[in-house]
Design a protein around this ligand. Sequence first.
Ligand SMILES: *Cc1c(COP(=O)(O)O)cnc(C)c1O
Length: 369
Amino acid sequence: MTTRVWDYLTEYQAERTDLLDAVETVFNSGQLVLGASVRGFESEFAAYHGVSHCVGVDNGTNAIKLGLQALGVGPGDEVITVSNTAAPTVVAIDGTGATPVFVDVREDDFLMDTSQVEAAITERTKCLLPVHLYGQCVNMAPLKELAAKHGLSILEDCAQAHGAKQDGVIAGSTGDAAAFSFYPTKVLGAYGDGGATITSDEAVDHKLRRLRYYGMDTTYYTLETPAHNSRLDEVQAEILRRKLKRLDTYIAGRQAIAQRYVDGLGDTELKLPQTVPGNSHVYYVYVVRHPQRDEIIERLKAYDIHLNISYPWPVHTMTGFAKLGYVEGSLPVTERLAKEIFSLPMYPALSPDLQDKVIHAVREVLSTL
Ligand SMILES: *Cc1c(COP(=O)(O)O)cnc(C)c1O
């Protein structure tokens, strides 16, 4: 059987009755758009994070883009983030008309190097956008300090960090707003697209609700600034409500799989993920590092194991972002990592047998390099 980094069919078989009941519930409800399921999910997802508002949207990219717009980011502004992220982080900034500004990441945990942020701040900087990459939080204390000192807002990209914690504080509850994706592979995944932006600022919540609904206020039907339609689908919202109840179980499953990798591969020359002290890592992806990455991936194909790289091309080197003026060498750690990292299979329903097969194959490949 082919082994890949992610698969949802095992989970579907286990949760089938509940998931199909979710679909049935919406079809029987009499309201197919912005109904009881979106409202219910929004209040339950906000409560899970201890914040007062959640606005469901159509995907994570728009959750970031609308979140930035609701915080007042637009053309002429700069947003500081990282290039070692999924392209949509940067696409979302670009979509507001603002300019993405990159700082490098740290060699040991691949997260934003917060010590570089202050030097990147200019009079146009409006917002800091940390990405809680691979499932653990960027160190938020220095960013909070810089934001207060320079009058900036913070939007957390939590697309990979549902339920992650830092010193007991849940990801997404520290910044002015936080954006989530429910793309199927994510730690909380829908059976299709979905996203949400959370905040405890009532004015930001009001702006978000208009931004996802053509720019209109749904109570008074006034429209000041036109926007697109970015609503969360009712069926996906009901599926997410069911799965939110199991989120902590999914996370525990991912953490157990991570521990088995440590037990099975900790003595090899593969560099395994480092958890920042104080962080609770949710392992959205299990990213390892080795200088002969390409060779390892190629040889694992003989075992019918097909792995991914998150991410092979730093965003600043992509043609579409050449306009930002970064060149090879601008972000040395990010560029070096992109050549050496790859991901081992990681999803809660990954069976111990399948994981053992991966561990065994990786050990064999490493011993023959
Ligand atoms: C998945 C992801 C997104 C985009 O989410 P979509 O739902 O696919 O639009 C944004 N940022 C990061 C870090 C992601 O991993």
